[in-house]
Design a protein around this ligand. Structure first.
Ligand code: KIV
Ligand code: ZN
Length: 561
């Protein structure tokens, strides 16, 4: 079989619901956050090459609490000693805040449920999450059981949860998942969920509501199909107002976020997922992305991602996974523009924002303000390589160093930076860019070095005096006369150095350097053949800065730069 024909061995493995409801598709986005449940410590952990140690789990758990998760699946205590010990540590060391509910997973099997309840002893708030597989493939191939037999497993598990909770005098909440839902006929999954609910008889009080969790155990369809399935379950579930409808998408087709978002539109109330999408195979859905997508639409997600770099650091350390550079909202490069046109638009958008102070964010190419997730404009947003241009380097020079050079000079400087990056074949850091600027334009002293100047105002308002230069090690003094100081020195240099230029432009601004303030002056002159040469002068005295800028421009003209 060639690869061209291999697809013929596949066909759709999902089932459409008997009723198709697409009304959810008319909604634009959820206008409030769902209940979030982190399954990092269970589904995420079970997918790691090296599962987290107990201490790592504790650190991750504390981080989840800090972010604002109120429901956290802490493990499958009957499945491993570490998971059991971890839950005991949380309970015995009083690490579960009153407003946080820990969730534990168990298969719908008697001895596993019993061990789970043992692990839970002393927990104030807990959700016991019981599941069994309902898909056609699992019924036929794994369990070799009829639909009724599979439903009975769920019902028996549900009964045991109820009995053991009563026996323990506890106040646990219950969750049921028809595992492998995406390969199950929706009407059969509904039948099983309703049978479980009949056992639990949920009530309206918040802590007696049941949770029905509809997992995308393996993602098998496009997201709108899943949303149709969710819409069907949503409108046919018994005790609907006493049930929290939860989603648990995995990401096999890369649509976990879309499944969640469309599922929320279709009526779900709760999402189970992980940070950065860790989890079995291609992962559980990434809660960071769903939450930040809401945030970017102006909806409060109820989770705090204001220090994303710290979160990434903790996550990478304890899971030994990597957050991809392109991971939405969290990746190293997701706010970065290297390309000249993007940088230019961002720099202009930032200026527009500073000038107009609008109440909504709309900077081009930046879906959110990077500062909202703890990122910096100058180091994260604009980074310079050989594809960058004047907008980007100008932005860095202004944001980081307070250097606001004239527009035309930015162009000149942009080309220089680009060619250095091209030659070195590497990204240039802000301090390297500053160094290029400094070496190239500021107080250039070769071959002419300004030593001093003295100019007095004449009765007719002109200036006259002298300018001292060092030229190839020799001190020389020239007479100077002109309409102003700069003009007088410009005349003296043109007359005595045998150089000619025209169209001198001048601008300047103050520059704060630490506690002190300096003046930075920019001059351009147009030489033979219309070529423009830029120079900059930096000094505590503004007049000296302007003369230094002129001498720099002349030196650069002399060098043909
Ligand atoms: O992906 C899944 O179906 C699960 C269940 C146990 C909810 O993790
Ligand atoms: Zn899962």
């Amino acid at each position: 079989m060639t690869t061209m024909q291999a697809h013929t061995k596949y066909s759709k493995g999902y089932y459409l619901p008997p009723e198709i409801d697409l009304s959810w598709a008319k909604k634009e986005f959820p206008d409030h956050a769902p209940t979030w449940c982190s399954v990092d410590l269970r589904d995420g952990n079970q997918a790691l090459v090296i599962p987290m140690s107990l201490d790592e789990k504790i650190e991750f758990y504390k981080t989840l609490v800090k972010i604002g998760f109120k429901e956290i699946e802490v493990g499958f205590p009957a499945a491993s000693e570490t998971e059991y010990a971890f839950l005991r540590r949380l309970i015995e060391n009083d690490l579960i805040p009153d407003d946080v509910t820990v969730q534990v997973l168990t298969q719908a099997r008697e001895h596993i449920i019993k061990k789970t309840f043992e692990a839970l002893k002393g927990a104030k708030n807990a959700i016991v999450h019981v599941y069994n597989s309902t898909s056609v493939a699992q019924r036929e191939q794994v369990f070799k059981m009829s639909k009724d037999e599979i439903k009975q497993i769920a019902v028996d598990g549900a009964k045991l949860l109820l009995d053991l909770t009563r026996e323990a005098g506890a106040n646990y909440r219950f969750e049921y998942s028809p595992e492998s839902f995406t390969g199950t006929e929706p009407e059969y999954a509904l039948e099983v969920c309703n049978a479980v609910l009949d056992v639990w008889q949920p009530t309206l009080s918040e802590n007696r509501k049941a949770i029905i969790n509809i997992p995308v155990t393996v993602e098998m369809s496009m997201p709108h199909i899943y949303a149709m399935q969710v819409a069907y379950i949503n409108s046919h579930l018994k005790y609907r107002d006493k049930v929290v409808l939860s989603l648990h998408p995995h990401n096999d087709r890369g649509c976990g976020v879309a499944d969640s978002e469309m599922g929320l539109l279709a009526g779900a109330d709760r999402i189970e997922g992980t940070l950065f999408g860790n989890g079995e195979r291609t992962g559980n859905v990434d809660i960071v992305t769903i939450a930040m997508n809401m945030f970017a639409l102006g909806v409060d997600p109820g989770l705090d991602f204001t220090n994303m770099p710290e979160l990434v650091e903790i996550y990478e350390r304890v899971t030994r996974m990597r957050v991809h550079d392109r991971q939405p909202y969290a990746g190293n490069l997701v706010f970065t523009a290297f390309s000249g046109s993007h940088q230019d638009a961002i720099a202009k958008g930032m200026h527009w924002k500073d000038e107009k102070n609008p109440d909504k964010w709309s900077v081009p190419y930046l879906p959110i303000d990077p500062k909202d997730v703890g990122r910096e404009y100058d180091s994260d947003v604009i980074r310079i390589n050989s594809q960058s241009g004047k907008g980007g380097v100008g932005f860095i020079m202004e944001q980081r160093y307070g250097i606001n050079m004239p527009k035309k000079m930015r162009e000149d400087f942009g080309y220089r930076v680009k060619s250095v990056s091209d030659r070195k074949h590497k990204e240039l850091m802000p301090d390297e860019i500053y160094q290029i600027f400094h070496d190239e334009y500021i107080n250039v002293e070769n071959p002419y070095k300004l030593i001093d100047f003295l100019l007095k105002k004449q009765p007719d308002g002109t200036r006259a005096g002298s300018v001292d230069l060092e030229i190839e090690g020799k001190h020389q003094t020239f007479e100077a006369r002109g309409n102003g100081r700069l003009d007088a020195i410009s005349n003296a240099l043109q007359e005595n150095l045998g150089i000619k230029y025209r169209d001198l432009t001048y601008s300047e601004h103050a520059l704060e350097i630490g506690q002190s303030s300096k003046a930075l002056a920019y001059i351009s002159i147009t030489g033979h053949g219309g070529k423009v040469y830029w120079g900059a002068g930096m000094d505590t005295d503004i007049i000296t800065a302007s003369i230094l800028a002129l001498v720099s421009a002349i030196n650069r003209m002399k060098a043909g730069s």
